[in-house]
Design a protein around this ligand. Structure first.
Ligand code: AMP
Ligand code: ZN
Length: 492
């Protein structure tokens, strides 16, 4: 089933397939590593992860490049304030970014180039633009792109640029969203700033040229898809198109995907608004990484969403339902035979799931039939109408679901423990929810041992010991549930 994905450039759903018939070449703008990412940033990376995982599920190979922006105005400013070279300043934030991606189970792109490792490619691209008369140098030694050299400027953002002034310039990385000006390709070195000695003079690259140069270096001049958050449409992506297509005379990316914002009370979650949560903030409050993943991907990427704690609680409940169901499915004993109604429900769920994802990655419509199947299969089990030969097809639906959603395996404790270790190291223990400290102090294996001991104690009719173990675990926020088909436990 071919994925039809909204394309910001054409304004419609376009089929997304590899132009070379082999691997889909995609570039996603990565983080600027000047601080910890907030969960708004991760909403974007998570939906790009949904895309790559669905492509894999559909049998399409992917060559996915994500850059690390490790030089920009904010980094230079913060590193100077900390009295550090920029690389020393950014290293811990880059490491934290990957730790957070791992906690959220975001698959690694095939290539993750750093801007500072690709400066010669940026310089070469600017030189190419200069030859075409599209780049010019100003008195202070900076270089600008002349947007009048690219008549199609504005085609991505659909901005009306009639009031555009030829030669008006802007040199900061972030600027008012509506100003269309010649933008900086290369910034002349200022005293004390990180800079490179190059044929363009001493200086450093502008933000937009970084992405054009790295995308073309690793994917070629024309490639399949470019992605990022909606705030990147203008000016960042508009500028990438202008400079790349001017240089090569060929279309840059065919398809543009933009993830809408995670909002707080209707406003973009952003560092500058002070309304943000980092992943660590939420893990230390006791929310599970898998619940954060599920909550952030369950609303389709083309809808803005308001962040709420309630959505995390709902996601926790949904994950518990799925995990409990899967263990009932794999460890329960069912009579021989097959119920055709269950088979039909499983097949329909699997098709509806894939069709919803193929329809512009509609994650909300995709998860609905899976949860509906869980409900109907649970009912069939309760009534004795679920048979051994139904197991495989239902498991297959869960496997397809988890290939993209990836929340069934419980690896949450690992992520929480890493966050706790970080809190300890950075003096943030006061932010840790007390129940979490208790729960994280006992491992799954230790709980398994105690639960097995309790089952044995009950068999021996040693109820004092069994109750003691239940109480000991309850103190750590572990709940034991005795069901017909065995004893289960979970962390609250
Ligand atoms: P940055 O590290 O600021 O360059 O941002 C990394 C990615 O996060 C970019 O693709 C941004 O568009 C995206 N982004 C920033 N804020 C939000 C938000 N509130 N919701 C969704 N994506 C965002
Ligand atoms: Zn970019």
């Amino acid at each position: 089933m071919t994925l039809r994905l909204f394309n910001t450039l054409t304004g419609q759903l376009d089929p997304l397939t590899p132009a070379d018939g082999r691997a889909l070449r995609m570039y996603a703008c990565g983080p600027t590593v000047y601080d910890f990412g907030h969960i708004g940033n991760f909403r974007t990376f998570l939906h790009i992860d949904v895309l790559r995982r669905f492509l894999h599920l559909s049998g399409i190979q992917v060559r996915h490049v994500m850059n690390i922006t490790d030089v920009d105005d904010k980094i230079i400013r913060n590193a100077a304030a900390a009295g550090q070279p920029i690389g020393e300043y950014t290293a811990p934030f880059e490491e934290a970014f990957f730790e957070d991606l791992d906690a959220l189970r975001v698959e690694r792109p095939e290539l993750i180039p750093r801007a500072t490792d690709n400066v010669p490619q940026m310089v070469a691209l600017i030189q190419r633009l200069e030859k075409q008369g599209a780049a010019y140098r100003t008195e202070d030694g900076s270089w600008y792109f002349r947007i009048a050299a690219f008549p199609a400027y504005g085609k991505l953002s659909k901005k009306d640029l009639s009031g555009m002034e030829d030669g008006a310039r802007v040199d900061v990385d972030e600027y008012e969203k509506d100003s269309s000006r010649d933008f900086a390709l290369w910034k002349a070195a200022k005293p004390g700033e990180a800079s490179w000695e190059t044929p363009l003079g001493r200086g450093r690259p502008g933000w937009h040229i970084e992405c054009s140069a790295m995308a073309m270096e690793y994917l070629g001049e024309s490639f399949d898809l470019h992605a990022g958050g909606e705030d990147l449409i203008f000016p960042h992506h508009e500028n990438e198109i202008a400079q790349s297509e001017t240089a090569t005379g060929r279309p840059f990316a065919r398809h543009w995907m933009h993830v809408r914002f995670l909002l707080v009370d209707g406003r973009k979650m952003a560092k500058s608004e002070g309304n943000f949560y980092t992943l660590r903030d939420l893990l230390l409050k006791g929310y599970r990484a898998s619940a954060i993943r599920l909550a952030l991907i369950s609303v389709p990427y083309r809808h803005p969403i308001n962040f709420t704690f309630e959505s995390l609680t709902d996601a926790t409940g949904a994950i518990d339902r799925l995990r409990t169901f899967r263990s009932r499915l794999t460890s329960g004993e069912f009579p021989e035979g097959q119920n055709p109604a269950v088979e039909a429900a499983a097949l329909a769920a699997r098709e509806a799931y894939r069709a919803a994802l193929a329809n512009d990655l509609n994650t909300a419509d995709a998860r609905a039939p899976v949860f509906e199947l869980v409900r109907s299969a649970n009912t069939a089990m309760d009534k004795g109408e679920f048979f051994a030969a139904n197991r495989e097809s239902v498991l297959q639906v869960l496997a397809d679901f988890d290939r993209v959603f990836d929340v069934l395996e419980d690896r949450d404790l690992e992520a929480t423990r890493r966050a706790l270790a970080w809190a300890e190291k950075s003096g943030r223990m006061a932010d840790v929810a007390p129940e979490l400290k208790a729960s994280a102090s006992i491992s799954d294996a230790e709980i398994d041992t105690l639960v097995a001991e309790r089952v044995e104690a009950k068999k021996q009719r040693n109820f004092t010991r069994a109750d003691q173990i239940r109480a000991q675990l309850a103190e750590k926020g572990i709940v034991i549930e005795d069901a017909k088909d065995g004893t289960r436990w979970k962390r609250k």
